[in-house]
Design a protein around this ligand. Structure first.
Ligand SMILES: Nc1ncnc2c1ncn2[C@@H]1O[C@H](COP(=O)(O)OP(=O)(O)OP(=O)(O)O)[C@@H](O)[C@H]1O
Length: 617
């Protein structure tokens, strides 16, 4: 039987949607409730999961979105990391509200998202689910926050969704970036803030897609009140493309762009000043009035635009870019080049934020597997039972809560391509054993399956831990460790890179394109040890770009928390793993584990309590 609050919700939705009462529902939500009831003929009281596509259907739907997903992934991963602690999942959906990319926050919240099928393959269009973040954002092509009981169907009232639309380089709706939380301790204002972060991420994804689409053109940023737009033009200074906001700012239409209209009809600037790489220039309108500062980026390949066929791309491009001018990195990329098409497992080692994920993607892109899937899993972000199901897959009905049609698992999804296991040092020992078996036998047994599935994968794994000592102490399987490190690549911390200044300059250009760094700000950045490496540098400069006045980032704009001394290796994590393994070996018996570890029982008990280590087997 529906609870009283459930029937209240349904009564309120029906009275607002039928114009009986306007109560306090905001007009966008009220209009969407009306569409849900009258146009889509939905019932707010109906319960049940959303429509979920099969894996074959998802593949079919995802195909035209492949490039978008590829270009959006790093940004979405970043968003997921920033919002993970607040319990948000992050998704990218196509223009029909089918989720095609999902990152779950981990821990307890993940199970709720899985139970409610808030994941890849689910359809959240307004026509199916009524008012909800994704469906309503895409119906209106505007960012929206749909907070708990603003959903049309009562059952979605445990969720709050903040969603920003994504427009393609031609200004058409391409999909949306969604974040959803089931936490009831977050206020509407907190979600509003998360919506602002999501909108910024969507703008950056649009920027990356636009720059990739018009990579053979010159690209100018056009300043506007709600953030800058992007305009692409050729060597003859004819406009060849404009993003949605640049179209709105300058009054450009498809017809005008197709006619090859002259850039000077819209904006003017000193072209000589912009002949270098990524220069800042002063823009003027056609009538000479000032329009603000613009960053001009040259074509990525010096080639006239009229020849529209893409040049052959150097498959090592991304690896070379990541190596930059650091001799150690250049050497590592050279060594990798020699084995790139041999399916040698690669183990990446480096502190958080040094670019392990980007590097793994670049290895995949350079290899002969580039046309097949790149599948990533963060072993630290999920409980053991979920890693098991996610990685190895399961048959239909293998456990309570399993998808009706089973799941292939990430290893099988990576067949023919690359599997990236991030934070492999955090993989529970039982799963290490299963993974080792997969690598040895080249086949995987999904949970509940009667026969194995043959797989051909290249494995790249990454860790910030020292697996060697962990393997010596029995906290990581030594045989797996030697299998993983077919080749080990150490990615240096930002503070140790020889090309550190170039990286700071490059990230400043990307994150704060219309600002310059004052000399004090520069000195602070150059002296700071950046324990969070490239990711921290990006976030610091992104924030500084927002707070800077008059286009100058000063030291006051830099949020650099005091950081004294060396960056310590993760000793506590290594100790925790050693204790957990000793307990496992001794069947959870503390006295025996303490003897093996040469600790007193009392000390071991204290450590178990302080580190919240599970003792039961
Ligand atoms: N060489 C680089 N130049 C510019 N930005 C970079 C570079 N390498 C990494 N980044 C940026 O740093 C951020 C973190 O990168 P990435 O996620 O690959 O790091 P990671 O080592 O895998 O982090 P973690 O260990 O926390 O998972 C991303 O925003 C990425 O764009």
């Amino acid at each position: 039987m529906a609870s009283l609050s459930a029937s209240n919700h349904v009564a309120r939705v029906l009275s607002v949607a039928n114009h009986v009462a306007d109560v306090d529902a905001s007009s966008r939500i009220a209009n969407s409730w009306r569409r849900s009831l009258i146009s889509h003929k939905l019932d707010p009281a109906r319960r049940g999961p959303p429509q979920t596509l099969t894996e074959a259907e998802v593949r079919h739907v995802a195909e035209p979105m492949e490039e978008t997903i590829r270009l959006a992934t790093a940004e979405l991963e970043d968003l997921a990391r920033v919002l993970r602690d607040a319990g948000y999942c992050v998704n990218l959906a196509d223009a029909n509200a089918i989720m095609l990319f999902s990152r779950l926050p981990g821990a307890a919240d993940t199970e709720i998202f899985l139970r409610w099928k808030v994941y890849t393959g689910s359809n959240f269009s307004e026509a199916h689910e009524g008012t909800n973040g994704l469906g309503t954002c895409l119906a209106e092509q505007k960012p929206i926050l749909v907070h708990r009981d603003e959903h049309f169907r009562e059952q979605w009232g445990i969720f709050s969704c903040a969603v920003a639309p994504l427009f393609d380089p031609l200004g058409r709706i391409a999909g949306a970036v969604n974040i959803t939380s089931c936490r009831d301790d977050l206020s509407r204002a907190a979600h509003q803030l998360a919506l602002a972060v999501t909108m910024q991420a969507a703008r950056r994804i649009e920027g990356a897609i636009f720059r990739d689409h018009f990579r053979n053109a010159w690209i100018a940023t056009v300043p506007g009140d709600g953030g800058s737009g992007l305009l692409a033009y050729d060597e003859d200074r004819r406009v060849v493309g404009a993003c949605r906001s640049a179209r709105a700012l300058l009054g450009l239409t498809d017809g005008l762009i197709a006619s090859g209209i002259d850039l000077s009809r819209y904006i003017k600037f000193d072209h000589h000043a912009a002949r270098g790489a990524e220069d800042i220039v002063q823009l003027r309108r056609a009538d000479g009035s000032p329009l603000g500062r613009s960053q001009i980026a040259p074509p990525q390949r010096a080639r006239p635009l009229t020849k529209r066929r893409d040049p052959p791309v150097d498959r090592f491009d991304a690896l070379h870019r990541l190596a930059g001018g650091d001799p150690g990195m250049v050497k590592s990329v050279k060594r990798l080049g020699a084995v790139i098409d041999h399916d040698l497992p690669v183990l990446l080692h480096g502190e958080t934020g040094v670019g392990k994920d980007l590097f793994a993607r670049a290895i995949h892109a350079a290899s002969n597997r580039a046309r097949n899937n790149y599948v990533a899993l963060n072993c630290a972000a999920m409980p053991e039972s979920l890693i098991d199901a996610e990685l190895f897959g399961y048959e239909a009905g293998a456990f309570t809560g399993a998808r009706r049609d089973g799941s292939k698992g990430l290893i099988v999804q990576a067949h023919g391509g690359t599997l990236f296991l991030d934070e492999i040092g955090d993989m529970p020992i039982a799963l290490q054993t299963r993974l080792l078996r997969v690598l040895e036998n080249r086949e995987v047994w999904p949970l509940g399956a009667l026969k194995p599935v043959a797989v051909d994968i290249r494995l790249i794994s990454a860790t910030h831990r020292d697996l060697g000592p962990m393997a010596e102490q029995g906290a990581f399987r030594a045989d797996l460790y030697f299998r993983l490190r077919g080749m080990e690549v150490r990615l240096p911390a930002l503070r140790d890179r020889a090309d550190r200044d170039d990286i700071i300059r490059q990230i400043a250009r990307e994150e704060a394109p219309s600002c310059r760094l004052s000399s004090e700000a520069w000195s602070q950045l150059a002296a700071y040890p950046f324990p969070g490496n490239m990711r921290q540098l990006r976030h610091v400069l992104r924030l500084a770009g927002c707070t800077a006045e008059n286009g100058v980032i000063t030291d006051a704009d830099l949020d650099l928390p005091p950081f004294g001394g060396r960056v310590e290796p993760d000793l506590e994590a290594a100790e925790r793993a050693t204790i957990a393994e000793a307990l496992r070996k001794h069947g959870g018996r503390v006295t025996e584990a303490a003897r093996a570890l040469k600790l007193s029982r009392a000390t071991l008990y204290r450590k178990i309590k302080a580190m919240k280590i599970e003792t039961a087997q």
